[in-house]
Design a protein around this ligand. Structure first.
Ligand code: HEC
Length: 88
């Protein structure tokens, strides 16, 4: 995805959609598995649900490289903000 949006590879909407569908499926699976009830478990679950929603809006924009690129930077921010807290 980085190569298509930031690097020099040409943008392939079908390939981008395929990658995003993988993110959507994985984040939904992870959110569903987060059944803990403490504050941290609920926070991680909410983050994966937000990420999944942001992936859906990127999928809706996949026909346009420019719109998709803007939504993809939101996804990168979601990766980063969760990792900053939980993936050390
Ligand atoms: C809601 C939280 C959350 C989001 C969103 C998230 N991650 Fe993670 N990620 C984690 C956690 C927690 C770990 C550490 C897992 C572990 O140590 O077992 C991790 C680990 C990773 C790893 C390392 C895997 C490994 O085996 O070392 C990669 C690569 C990664 N994430 C990529 C991404 C990318 C790319 C995105 C965004 C597209 C993303 N993550 C979004 C929580 C998140």
């Amino acid at each position: 995805m980085d190569r298509m949006l930031i690097g020099s590879a040409s943008f392939d909407a079908a390939e981008a959609a395929r990658i995003l569908q993988g993110f959507a499926a994985d984040s939904q699976t992870l959110a569903a598995r987060m059944t803990g009830t403490n504050a941290q478990a609920r926070d991680v679950k909410a983050r994966f649900e937000k990420f999944s929603g942001d992936v859906q809006s990127a999928i809706e924009a996949v026909a346009s490289r420019d719109r998709m690129k803007a939504r993809y930077s939101q996804l990168r921010a979601d990766c980063r903000s969760c990792h900053d807290i939980y993936a050390r």
